[in-house]
Design a protein around this ligand. Structure first.
Ligand code: URA
Length: 310
């Protein structure tokens, strides 16, 4: 129970840090949560993260709870799994040669990296980037999640499926672009008695710093025209921790990383939680900038996506 509560708390912090302002929670779920927290009587109770609205909503089966305002950037707490501490950033040499051969060589280096392997749970996979080695556009996420560590491919879970649809809306296929993460393993959280990890946490600065040279290696080999950072953690990993407090300060703006133009936008999971056309339009405007800069054709229909209010 403690593990589940920790996982829920971590997920709430992560959502809040990624810009989510409110969550609908059914009364039944809220009651189960209250019971679980009460069952921990006698233990120090953490400050609640959610507050109920002042006015009850019409639909009494589900209430939208607001996140309480406090710190905006979520500092992740890694769990001790017995894996060795994270060393200084990795160093390696990609052999010269033809592009695909260099990409394959880099992939082999990453999949066999002893640090990455030591932090991956039994039966799960180290995750390397995927896509066209001739891509003009490279999307960069933070770290693999549950689906990604099973399949060994970035962005294949619900957020990834949305990213694939976003790429489709740009008039491209997933295989036309390149998709990578800063980190190559799923950041560890507590596991239950069956060894199953629930929930994700953002990678720490040290974890990202360790893997970042591998992302730089992929940028060097693929040599895209531009990069798109998905979400505040990826943006912090590329721009440097502490360079901004909230994603709104940098989102929709061109920055630079590894000598490439870098657009910062929301993580697709933000859109999964904020299904309004306003949120979709914000991310879409960032992608329109990306399309313009990459020289992709833009139809009138594409320019008008998500302009309806609601
Ligand atoms: N979120 C990420 O940042 N990367 C993935 O690969 C999946 C979800």
């Amino acid at each position: 129970m403690r593990t589940s509560l920790q996982a829920i708390a971590a997920e709430l912090k992560r959502l809040k840090a990624s810009g989510v302002k409110a969550l609908p929670v059914s009364e039944a779920s809220m009651q189960r949560l209250r019971k679980a927290v009460q069952a921990r009587a006698g233990q120090a109770q953490p400050a609640p993260l959610l507050s109920a609205p002042a006015r009850p909503e019409k639909d009494e089966t589900s209430t939208t709870y607001q996140f309480k305002a406090s710190e905006r950037v979520y500092q992740a707490k890694p769990v001790d799994t017995g894996a060795p501490p994270i060393p200084e950033p990795t160093t390696f040499q990609v052999p010269p040669g033809e592009k695909s051969a260099r990409w394959n060589a880099l992939r082999e280096i990453v999949l066999n990296d002893p640090v990455c392997k030591a932090h991956v749970r039994p039966s799960k996979k180290v995750v390397f980037g995927v896509g066209s080695v001739d891509a003009k556009i490279m999307f960069v996420g933070e770290a693999p999640g549950a689906d990604e560590e099973v399949q060994g491919e970035p962005f294949v879970g619900p957020a990834g499926q949305l990213l694939t649809r976003m790429i489709g809306a740009m008039g491209l296929k997933r295989s036309d672009v390149y998709i990578g993460n800063i980190m190559n393993w799923r950041p560890e959280m507590p596991v239950d008695e069956r060894g199953v990890q629930y929930g994700n946490r953002p990678p720490t600065e040290k974890e990202m710093a360790y893997c970042l040279p591998y992302l730089k290696g992929q940028i060097e080999v693929v040599n895209p025209d531009l990069l798109v950072a998905l979400g505040s953690t990826a943006a912090q990993g590329l721009l440097g921790f502490g360079t901004f407090k909230a994603l709104g300060e940098v989102r929709g703006r061109w920055k630079e990383f590894a000598g490439k133009p870098l657009m910062i936008t929301y993580h697709p999971s933000y859109i999964l939680r904020n299904q309004s056309n306003r949120s979709k339009r914000m991310i879409w405007e960032d992608l329109l900038q990306v399309m313009e800069r990459a020289g992709l054709p833009i139809s009138e229909k594409q320019r008008g996506f998500f302009l309806d209010r609601g």
